[in-house]
Design a protein around this ligand. Structure first.
Ligand code: 9MR
Length: 347
């Protein structure tokens, strides 16, 4: 069925093609459940040149028991992507979240480095040659934890100290020399003291990694943005991105969505504001030719993590993504089309 307001001859533009003209990969996170729905996979095939599994390559799912790996769900997405000429991001190899229960019971300071190396050898080895970029370490910075180096006081840090980061990247480089090794984190993008502190700590981490010759090729800006009536001016983000570029790193927008919980007005008005945020953010980051990929964290509002029961802080469903629950393009989608169409081409 055609969406309301659309005519049969009025095709929805294809972001993957618009991106291709700019040498920019465009796509989204996908869940295993969505991959079973033909209406969704048709849209994904039309729109995305790159995909990332929302949860299916995380420790909890891919490594459910100490001696058992389960690649079923990850493989399903990689196969789909290969059949449709799409690239795949790997997410992720080392994170404080979504670790299996056995890990907490079994890991000690003595065995943790081996557990990490083995996991990465097995998982990155399984997908070797088929992954565009791996989020090797995810969200290792948390300024609120109060350490001078800004690192999160995670299970990994407690077990291994800051060395866990180098261990993870070296293992990933060995297991899949072709994948672009990425550091991925959130709360980097907007204006304000909280974001300034996060940017400084992330930059510090990247500089230390360079000094220690830890193999890394890219930074992932997760880009979970919070819309407010005023748009940011993004000056601090531009300075930060220039500093990252000086380190010789590519930049990927890895998990873009725009939380509208603080916006008022009817859904149409909120959609308009969210679209302005999409346009403004993408226009700004795409001025940087170091940005080689843009992925949203899901395609449709219906399946956004922001609408999961443990996340929602309002009584109404949020509208953070480019397509609505009926897979109809929203103003945010057209803002993406415009920003990418007008962006300078990448090398
Ligand atoms: O979207 C993911 C959701 O389904 C999971 O329950 C959640 C668990 O923490 O992780 C979500 O994805 C996160 C991603 O892996 C890392 N960056 C933040 C994302 C949103 O929370």
């Amino acid at each position: 069925m055609l969406p309301e307001g659309a005519r049969a001859d009025e095709a929805v533009p294809r972001l993957r093609e618009i991106g291709m003209r700019k040498n920019l990969l465009v796509g989204s996170a996908v869940s295993y459940r969505e991959l079973q729905q033909p209406a969704f996979t048709n849209l994904l095939e039309e729109q995305a040149s790159i995909v990332v599994p929302e949860n299916e390559m995380k420790w909890q799912i891919i490594h459910p028991e100490p001696d058992r790996y389960d690649f079923t769900r990850g493989d399903a997405l990689v196969t789909f992507a290969q059949e449709h000429g799409q690239k795949v991001r790997g997410h992720n190899l080392c994170w404080h979240n979504q670790l299996p229960r056995w890990f907490g019971e079994m890991a000690t300071p003595q065995n943790a480095a081996d557990l990490l190396r083995q996991h990465i050898a097995k998982v990155a080895g399984h997908y070797a040659g088929r992954i565009h970029s791996w989020d090797v370490v995810n969200e290792a910075v948390r300024v609120e934890d109060g350490r001078p180096d800004g690192l999160r006081n995670s299970q990994w840090l407690q077990l291994l100290g800051p060395d866990y980061i180098g261990i993870a990247y070296r293992a990933a480089a060995q297991a899949d020399p072709k994948a672009l090794l990425t550091y991925n984190d959130y709360d980097i993008e907007q204006d304000g003291a909280k974001f300034d502190a996060k940017r400084a700590a992330v930059l510090h981490l990247l500089q230390r990694m360079r000094e220690q010759q830890i193999p890394i090729q890219a930074l992932g800006l997760q880009s979970h943005l919070h819309a407010a009536p005023e748009l940011p001016d993004w000056t601090a983000l531009h300075r930060f991105m220039e500093a990252v570029e000086k380190l010789g790193l590519d930049i990927f927008v890895t998990e873009l969505d725009i939380n509208d919980s603080k916006l008022t007005g009817d859904p149409g008005e909120r959609d308009q504001m969210v679209a302005e945020w999409y346009g403004s953010y993408l226009r700004n980051v795409l001025q940087h030719r170091s940005v080689k990929a843009v992925l949203t964290w899901g395609l449709t509002d219906h399946d956004s993590w922001l609408n999961s029961p443990n996340q929602r802080h309002t009584d109404r469903p949020l509208r953070p993504l480019p397509f609505d629950a009926d897979l109809k393009p929203k103003p945010a989608f057209y803002a993406m089309v415009k920003a990418i169409s007008e962006a300078p081409a990448r090398a």
